[in-house]
Design a protein around this ligand. Structure first.
Ligand code: ADP
Ligand code: MG
Length: 715
């Protein structure tokens, strides 16, 4: 090694430059024990650092090693030089306390890209007299033992040069002698450079003593040493490699050291992150889409469509309105022929739109009292109806689509009706009363030709009764047919008697009338089954329709539980939309909070790893390998936060769904875990982690190796 014009000036940011080395010139042989001797602050460590490539010398200096000038190399090439040629022994031992003896030693050759074998670890341990200490924790060793492990670590690399900075500084005399004789032993075939302020050691062990004072060589016991590099090794300098396992172990060691901090920040990160996930999940809620999906999932056969007028709620000032719900009042309207045409023409008429009007009764024509019938109804195996659910117009083909069997025919004018099988059952039991006479009914055929009085019920809950005058309070209609709608006793239980329920949204218990009986209709029954694939676009059209504040609304068994009014689902949509806005804002705030949390968490936990990074830097790990320690441990945080957040977001979504479903009285899920969250949470989580890494990594990149080591040593 040939050193020419070697100078080193420190330029601290806040004070004047310090010239720690001044124009040193000397040569070092390839083996032997050289002491740099001097008082504290004389520049010994500085000299050692530049010779080992831990620090850069001033311009104009030259350090020739194996035909290369260290002063002209990049930081990364200097890392390779250290990785291949140099071993280090520090005053403070610089062992990684999270790794055991064996792992500490093995790390040196793992970085060289070699596989550690039990044999070579054992071999170096034997050399330093600590055979059998492989599995020991570093913290359970004495100072002298630690220093010998450090020597073993230097030794296993089979370096050309061993640099030892005050190796006995923290040891007592006997341990110090021990370490010195060990180094002396090694100096037979290696260059061992020892920095010391102890003249006695230098005199006892040194083959050569170079004395320093204020950065100047004031004495050299062998200044005539020739710069012979003939037998200097010309090994290939290798890039360092840090395997996953030690990188993870070192990276995560910091978590172990501050478990409370780890747990608290993890919990906070997961909470804020999960709440963020839940918030954006809520803000992506689409109740209409949920309804359409539910129709398919639950195999709903039909749904009713109503028409409403949307009026701004004049009753302002309620809390509900203040927060965005209850903006409108909905007045129910009847559907006109043009509304029906609009719906029918919009989508392929496979949709089979069927119209129905409201309640009426035919009790005057039953040849029995209600009291008598009420005794029979429970014991009858058939469904007997005393009321009709309303008037319904269906074409013959629509009846066929529904598999309704017709005896006789469908009505053709407003004086004709067809009754349903439930009415027929009642007449079969009680007989029919016509013009003061009673006739027995045994079959569907028997009733055709008879006339009954159809009483239009005015009990319509304030809703306009569709009536163009053709149906009076009590009209006599001729029965021209019986339509079997497939309503048995069990089916009838799912649609209780018309007197007890407003909205008989089903095909059963209706009196069939001709198309022109009414100009307006209360609602439409929409049979989905024949053309399910059209339903989605049809439903979207219905949801989106708004003509001068006239809107259509679906109503069916999955939207209301029978006792709820039709608007329940829609009112809850107002609240859901209000929630969506609210949760979007909450989500943005939570996003920022969780971002700051995670970046801060990652940054602080990896700044806590400077010591370990300093150690592997001295062993020759380059920037990339140093980054691995940060990245692997951060990645673990990211994965933990990610997985837990996904789980909690999913659980939160289920809970929120239960709440909102309860509130809305619907029987389908309104909020499901949106698979997009898997990607959104992943992207944000890992962006935060990467940002959290960039900060410390940028700082790491700027620091010289010796700065990293010194910074780590202070910790
Ligand atoms: P020794 O190891 O002989 O005690 P050093 O080589 O550590 O001495 O230091 C030599 C001189 O350089 C001292 O005056 C010290 O204050 C100064 N010095 C060392 N490191 C730095 C640094 N990073 N920044 C500024 N000055 C430094
Ligand atoms: Mg020093």
């Amino acid at each position: 090694m040939k050193i020419t014009n070697l100078s080193k000036t420190y330029r601290p940011k806040k004070s004047l430059p310090v010239q720690a080395l001044k124009n040193a010139n000397f040569c070092l042989a390839d083996c032997g024990m050289v002491f740099f001797l001097g008082k504290s602050g004389s520049g010994k460590s500085t000299l050692l650092n530049v010779l080992s490539g831990l620090d850069k010398a001033d311009n104009g200096s030259s350090i020739e090693v194996s035909g290369k000038d260290l002063c002209k190399l990049t930081k990364s090439e200097l890392d390779d030089y250290r990785n291949t040629c140099c071993g280090f022994v520090f005053q403070e031992y610089n062992l990684i306390s999270e790794l055991n003896v064996e792992e500490n030693i093995a790390l040196a050759i793992q970085l060289q890209g070699q596989k550690e074998t039990n044999n070579n670890v054992k071999e170096v341990l034997t050399k330093v007299g600590l055979d059998g200490y492989e599995k020991r924790k570093v913290t359970e060793l004495s100072g002298g033992q630690k220093q010998r492990i450090a020597i073993a670590r230097a030794l296993i690399k089979d370096p050309d040069i061993i640099f030892a900075d005050e190796p006995t500084g923290a040891l007592d005399k006997s341990n110090g002698d021990n370490v010195m004789s060990l180094l002396k032993e090694l100096s037979k075939d290696k260059l061992v450079i020892v920095v010391s302020h102890d003249k006695e050691y230098a005199a006892t062990y040194g083959d050569r003593i170079i004395e320093l004072e204020d950065g100047v060589i004031i004495n050299d016991s062998a200044s005539d040493t020739p710069c012979n590099s003939e037998n200097a090794s010309h090994k290939q300098w290798n890039k360092s490699k840090l395997p996953l396992k030690p990188a993870l172990k070192i990276g995560c060691s910091n978590f172990k050291r501050h478990p409370i901090r780890l747990i608290i920040t993890l919990i906070m990160s997961v909470i804020t992150f999960s709440l963020f996930g839940l918030s954006i999940n809520i803000s992506m809620m689409n109740p209409y889409k949920s309804f359409i999906n539910a129709v398919y999932e639950k195999n709903l056969e039909y749904t009713a469509i109503y028409k409403y007028q949307e009026v701004e709620n004049s009753n302002t000032g309620t809390f509900d309105q203040l927060i965005g719900g209850d903006k409108f009042v909905y007045n129910e309207l009847c559907l006109s022929k043009s509304d029906i045409n609009l719906l029918q023409n919009k989508y392929d008429l496979q949709l089979n739109l069927i119209c129905s009007a409201y309640i009426d009764s035919f009790q005057n024509s039953i040849a029995a009292t209600v009291k008598q019938l009420n005794k029979i109804i429970p014991i009858s195996s058939d469904h007997l109806s005393l009321f009709a659910d309303g008037f319904m117009y269906m074409s013959l083909s629509e009846c066929r689509n529904m598999n309704f069997e017709i005896t006789g025919r469908l009505p053709e004018n407003e004086n004709e009706i067809a009754i349903n099988e439930c009415m027929l059952n009642t007449f079969s039991v009680a007989g029919i009363k016509e013009n003061g006479q009673t006739y027995p009914i045994n079959s569907a055929g028997d009733i055709i030709g008879h006339s009954i009085s159809v009483l239009v019920n005015t009990f319509t809950n304030g809703k306009p009764m569709p009536n163009n005058g053709k149906f009076g309070d009590s009209d006599i209609k001729t029965i021209v047919g019986v339509v079997d709608t497939g309503c048995d006793k069990k089916c009838s239980e799912s649609h209780p008697q018309s007197s007890s329920i407003m909205y008989a949204e089903n095909y059963h218990e209706k009196i069939f009338i001709s198309e022109n009986c009414f100009d307006e209709w209360s609602y439409i029954l929409c049979n989905i089954t024949p053309n399910k694939s059209n339903f989605k676009s049809f439903a979207n059209f219905v949801f989106d329709y708004n003509n001068n504040n006239n809107v259509f609304r679906f109503s069916n068994s999955i939207m209301t539980d029978g006792n709820m009014e039709i608007n329940a689902f829609y009112r809850s949509i107002d609240y859901i939309n209000m929630d969506k806005n609210l949760y979007t804002y909450i989500g943005i705030i939570l996003l920022i909070v969780s971002f700051v949390f995670m970046i801060n968490f990652v940054a602080t936990s990896i700044f806590g790893q400077t010591k370990q990074i300093g150690i592997i830097t001295s062993l020759g790990a380059n920037f990339r390998q140093q980054c691995k320690i940060y990245l692997y441990s951060s990645f673990i945080i990211a994965v933990v936060v990610y997985l837990l957040s996904i789980i909690f977001t999913a659980v939160g979504s289920v809970l929120y769904n239960n709440y909102i479903v309860d509130f809305s009285n619907v029987s389908f899920d309104l909020l499901k875990f949106n698979p997009a969250l898997i990607i959104i949470l992943f992207a944000i989580d890992f962006t935060a982690i990467i940002l959290g890494c960039i900060l410390p990594l940028k700082r790491l990149r700027k620091m010289s190796s010796v700065e990293i080591i010194n910074k780590g040593a202070i910790k």
